[in-house]
Design a protein around this ligand. Structure first.
Ligand SMILES: [Zn+2]
Length: 284
């Protein structure tokens, strides 16, 4: 997820919001050296425990990007102090969202303020382990957005609207290994039977506002369907051809050899005909 509008000087704007009682800003924002390129930590309000958490989680998250050749440009992770500050920085409501990616920046709501699951309230060690796993997955997701925006290019704005929701979120959720969070193909198949007029890929952007679980599930499994059929190299070709041809439909057609609409039809059939189930053995 990214957004060109509302790009603002986060640190400057939030310095006003955090007021004089804010802790000292880190004098030298930490740079985490990771395989896909330097990732810099930037705090609106520096906190030692958050910095420790991120210095452990960032390299692990960044390793997942190796599959796509890594980042082409540096990225700054800006830690803001509250969910409200995140929404202010992005200039839109972000229900249920803890981070936001742009081409060279990830805005992150400080994980120490994230609500912990009630089941681990009295187990700080387990709570810390869960938090670390959550942060690592989230950063892998957001850094994948940075990678795709960098690869597609197109300054000065991020190409959010040029990459369709299903591909953008599918690539991020798959890279971050978030499949278990979303409905399995069988659930999507049943949903599709009940909503025959909806295209789970083409309409995913609209669905993300009305039925986000279905939208993200369709994005994850649609992208997984693409990768298993055509391979990782084709995904990179789509991004590269997008850059060269100036649009997703043309880039997709060039790289995959079929149109986006045709691929969407194949995916609907895969769900409707339950192509995800193992083939039955013929009876002897
Ligand atoms: Zn995303």
């Amino acid at each position: 997820m990214s957004r060109a509008r509302g790009v603002l000087a986060v640190a400057a704007a939030l310095a006003v919001l955090s007021g004089s009682c804010a802790a000292m800003r880190s004098p030298e924002p930490g740079t985490v050296v990771s395989e896909p390129g330097p990732i810099r930590l930037d705090f609106v309000e520096w906190n030692a425990s958050t910095e420790d958490l991120l210095k452990g989680a960032v390299p692990e998250a960044a390793r997942a990007l190796g599959r796509w050749g890594g980042l082409h440009e540096p990225v700054k992770i800006t830690v803001v102090n509250s969910h409200w500050e995140l929404e202010q920085a992005v200039d839109r409501p972000l229900p249920g969202i803890s981070a936001w990616a742009r081409r060279n920046q990830v805005l992150l709501w400080d994980p120490r303020w994230w609500p912990a699951p009630p089941s681990v309230e009295h187990d700080p060690i387990l709570a810390a382990q869960i938090r670390r796993a959550q942060v690592t997955r989230l950063l892998a997701h957001e850094l994948t957005h940075c990678l795709m925006f960098q690869r597609v290019g197109g300054p000065p704005s991020d190409p959010q609207d040029r990459i369709p929701f299903w591909f953008r979120e599918g690539m991020a959720t798959l890279t971050a290994g978030e499949g278990a969070q979303w409905p399995p193909p069988e659930s999507l198949s049943q949903w599709l039977a009940a909503h025959p007029g909806v295209d789970p890929l083409a309409d995913a952007g609209t669905l993300s506002r009305t039925d986000p679980t279905v939208a993200y599930g369709a994005a994850y499994h649609g992208f997984d369907f693409l990768v298993r059929r055509y391979g990782d190299g084709t995904v990179l070709q789509i991004l590269d051809r997008m850059r060269a041809r100036g649009g997703f439909p043309q880039g997709f057609q060039d790289a995959v050899g079929v149109s986006v609409a045709s691929f969407g039809t194949d995916f609907r059939r895969y769900l409707s005909w339950r192509g995800f189930q193992p083939a039955r053995r013929p009876r002897p």
